[in-house]
Design a protein around this ligand. Structure first.
Ligand code: FAD
Length: 385
């Protein structure tokens, strides 16, 4: 068993760290958060260096990196700054749908524009009445001649207002039993926004404020048949396969957010003096850091193992769920403790840990809540005699 990263992987990690430390500045994040603005220039810069969707094959403008290598980059980005790192990563995440299930024409049309940083994208699965349970949907698409008529509402869609395309899960066969066997994914282009496709920004939210969260309203929108992803009736399965991979990426985000908050708190603890000594000299403080360190180390190992298994072509639903559940939990715990280490200063925006704390909260909610991850793991455990 080898735990070491290869020299090439260490180089990728170092390059991502150096880039993010130089470019993903906390002051920039604070400014962008106030304006609720996506870090477009930084996304483009990251793309120019090959850091955006680097797992996409070279034929489509990517680097052909492994999922483990992608996880190393995502961790460094979210460590350098939680809000910028998460926004940059989330804008490219949906392209996995195209890369894994798209036709040659679809891959050519969309992927190079993602890896070059020209395009950002959004995933549209959630509906007002269907969140954790997407085995039934109210959004329908009826095939008429050579196009679908798409009707329904999607909500909480990350990057909704800035996306150049949307991967929309919908019911194409209303008579399917069970319903999920009649679902498909349609790729909807930004250019289709108009009277039959509205995008509305939702209200203010707790964290990840460099991303938009939007409602998409389809009102009989015509979507060409060529925008169907793969085959009709495969949409739910595509979404489940997507989650197997994306949960590893979300878990890597969580490790980065936790590590970044740890870094800020660690530095502060050595500088801040009380009772005539740095607060880092108090055993109660040291124990906090020990607990944080062990949690981060455990989460990172789970992420690397899940990514490694995925790269070997093995089924990783359970391991990915474990990594996502655990890493998200510890990101919440570590960022909470990081605020505590900074005391009153930690409560103020200028010190950034409160932003990491707020950003961490979503990690236990999107891409399947903590409870849903436990259901996935339990289902696997109890399906065996
Ligand atoms: C900021 C943000 C960004 C998001 N981005 C996207 C996006 O880009 N695309 C997209 O499609 N969706 C997105 N989502 C939606 C997200 O995936 C859902 O919010 C999530 O899946 C939960 O669905 P829900 O909010 O409807 O909660 P519900 O499903 O109503 O769940 C409410 C509570 O009940 C629990 N629960 C539900 N079912 C079970 C069960 N069987 N067992 C135990 N507990 C259960 C849940 O864990 C949760 O605690 C985003 C959400 C947010 C807040």
């Amino acid at each position: 068993m080898v735990f070491d990263l290869t020299d090439e992987q260490k180089d990728i990690q170092k390059a991502a760290r150096e880039f993010a430390n130089k470019e993903f500045l906390h002051e920039t994040a604070r400014e962008l958060e106030k304006k609720h603005e996506f870090p477009k220039e930084l996304y483009k810069k990251a793309a120019q260096l090959g850091f955006v969707a680097p797992y996409v094959g070279e034929a489509y403008g990517g680097q052909g990196l492994s999922i483990l290598e992608n996880a190393l980059i995502v961790e460094e980005f979210c460590r350098a700054d939680s809000s910028i790192g998460l926004a940059v990563d989330l804008a490219a995440l949906p392209c996995k749908f195209l890369y894994r299930f798209g036709s040659e024409d679809q891959k050519k049309k969309y992927l190079a524009k993602i890896t070059s940083g020209e395009y950002g994208a959004a995933i549209a699965l959630t509906e007002p009445d269907h969140g954790s349970d997407i085995t039934e949907l109210d959004t329908t698409a009826q095939l008429v001649d050579n196009h679908y008529i798409l009707t329904g509402t999607k909500t909480f869609i990350t990057n909704g207002t800035i996306a150049d395309f949307y991967t929309v899960l919908c019911q194409t066969d209303p008579n399917a039993d069970p319903k999920y066997k009649g679902m498909s994914i349609l790729v909807v282009d930004r250019g289709m926004i108009g009277p039959n496709f509205e995008v509305n920004e939702l209200g203010e939210k707790m964290g990840i404020n460099l991303t938009s969260s939007a409602e998409l309203v389809f009102n009989g929108l015509e979507v060409p048949l060529e925008n169907l992803l793969g085959k009709e009736g495969k949409g739910f399965y595509q979404a489940m396969k997507f989650f197997e991979e994306s949960k590893i990426e979300i878990a890597a985000q969580a490790v980065g957010v936790a590590q970044g908050a740890f870094d800020i708190a660690y530095k502060y603890s050595k500088e801040r003096k009380q009772f005539g000594k740095p607060i880092s000299s108090f055993q109660a403080m040291q124990h906090k850091f020990v607990d944080m360190l062990i949690k981060i180390e455990n989460a990172r190992n789970l992420v690397h193992k899940a990514a490694y298994e995925f790269d070997q072509g093995r089924q990783t639903h359970t391991l990915a769920a474990m990594a996502k559940l655990y890493a998200a939990n510890i990101a919440n715990e570590v960022t909470y403790e990081a605020v505590q280490v900074l005391g009153g200063y930690g409560y103020f925006k200028e010190y950034d840990v409160e932003r990491y704390y707020r950003d961490a909260r979503i990690l236990s909610i999107y891409e399947g809540t903590a409870e849903v991850q436990k259901n996935v793991i339990a289902a696997h455990m109890f399906s065996k005699n």
